[in-house]
Every structure is written in structure tokens, then in C-alpha cells.
Design a protein around this ligand. Structure first.
Ligand code: SF4
Length: 225
């Protein structure tokens, strides 16, 4: 029986992207195919192995004492390294919430395309390398939103975002997310907001309209998980 490596299951408020403010249960998958220098997730070791049945049971425990959640969000790490049809079907069969996923967009096999189109309502792609910011990858083809961190991560440059905006479907929402440190809102956060704002305007000048929205990690401000 397949097991999935998961670091935590918890209920909170979505603090990023198009579903900001919505109630959600988050399933955080362990492991990633990248090793971004700013990341505090990929090297976590406090994961456990669960079957699809056990994971659904864990989520049901989170729901037990409260209302049904609006969304179940698969996040990570990189969830697409583990999520499969068996798991998605189990969640849809035993919970009535819709599924959302947050992915770095770098897993672009045939199976990825099938899973994303069949099971997920919200697909947020947050590319961490220029290769994944290509508007014609399978992951980008199914994206409902794209979220890019500021400062721009790794080899992503402004030219990458210009190409992405040009190639991606009009209906996809585009976000610049200034890195939002926990605790005191200090100079580094202000610098990130300034950089994101400048980028938003420069991208707007380049394409003739401002399509990128600027949104920090709202759950961090609210001191939520
Ligand atoms: S892609 Fe995301 S989870 Fe993976 S190493 Fe980079 S920041 Fe961390």
C-alpha cells in the first residue's frame, strides 16, 4: 500500500493568492526537488508516513469539531512529487471540500496534467526557477494563479516574468508576493514591499497595463499558522 510522507495537517486561513481569507485544511507533504536557499521546509525531518485512508482520517479529525472546510489545500515541500489519483479520489470520496494545490510547477509529467485538470479547483503555481516559469509547461497550462516571491528567487529575472505574462492565459491571476518575515514588520519587509511595488509598475509599463497584483503573506501578519 502506497504511503505518503507528510509533515503536518492543520486547519487555518489561506493567507496567500486568490483564496486569501478562506478557511482551509492544509496537508503539508514532505520533500522537494529543489533546495532554495531561503526555504525552511524542504529539509524538515519531522514527517510521518500515512496511507490515503489514514490521511483522510486525519483531515476528518480536523473537521470533526467544526464546520466543513471550504478547501483542502495540498502544499509542501512539493506535493506533486507524491500526490496521485488514488489519494485525490479518496479525498473527494470522503470529504465534501474542493481540492487546491500549491506547487512549484517543476513536475511536468503526463500524470501531472491529468491530476491537475481532473481533481483540483485551485492550482497555484509558484515557480522557484525560470524553467518552471515557462508559460507552456503542463503545470502552467492548468494554473489558476501564479505567485512569484520578491526578492525574485534563484534564476528568475524580470525578463522571465515578462515572458510569463505574455504567454499565460488571461484568466490566470498573477501575484507578486513580498517575502513576509514572522514577527516585527521591519526594514527587510519594507524593502521587499518596495521592490515588489517597483516590479509591479515596471511590468505594467512593459506590457501596457498592470496585470500583477501585490499581496504579502496575510496569515503571517495575522500570526496564524
Ligand atoms: S520549491 Fe518551495 S519547498 Fe521546494 S525548496 Fe524551494 S521554497 Fe522550498
Amino acid at each position: 500500500m502506497k504511503k505518503y510522507l507528510v509533515t503536518e495537517v492543520f486547519r487555518s486561513v489561506q493567507g496567500e493568492g486568490p483564496s486569501v481569507g478562506r478557511d482551509a485544511i492544509f496537508v503539508r507533504f514532505q520533500g522537494c526537488n529543489h533546495d532554495c536557499p531561503f526555504c525552511d521546509e524542504w529539509h524538515k525531518t519531522d514527517w510521518k508516513e500515512y496511507s490515503a485512508e489514514e490521511l483522510v482520517w486525519l483531515v476528518q479529525q480536523e473537521i470533526a469539531d467544526g464546520p466543513k472546510p471550504d478547501r483542502i489545500v495540498f502544499t509542501g515541500g512539493e506535493p506533486m512529487l507524491q500526490v496521485d489519483e488514488h489519494l485525490c479520489q479518496h479525498f473527494l470520496d470522503f470529504t465534501s471540500a474542493s481540492l487546491a494545490i500549491e506547487t512549484n510547477g517543476s513536475v511536468n509529467e503526463c500524470e501531472t496534467s491529468k491530476l491537475l485538470s481532473r481533481y483540483f479547483t485551485d492550482i497555484v503555481v509558484s515557480p522557484k526557477y525560470a524553467e518552471s516559469a515557462n508559460p507552456f509547461t503542463q503545470a502552467m497550462n492548468h494554473a489558476t494563479a501564479v505567485k512569484v516571491l520578491v526578492p525574485l528567487p534563484n534564476d528568475i529575472a524580470m525578463a522571465t516574468l515578462v515572458q510569463l505574462e505574455k504567454g499565460i492565459h488571461e484568466s490566470v491571476q498573477l501575484y507578486l508576493q513580498p517575502e513576509t518575515p514572522r514577527g516585527h514588520i521591519g526594514e527587510s519587509f519594507k524593502a521587499n514591499v518596495d521592490a515588489a511595488r517597483e516590479l509591479q509598475l515596471v511590468l505594467g509599463m512593459t506590457s501596457g497595463r498592470v496585470r500583477w497584483r501585490l499581496l504579502p503573506q496575510v496569515h503571517v501578519w495575522m500570526e496564524l499558522k
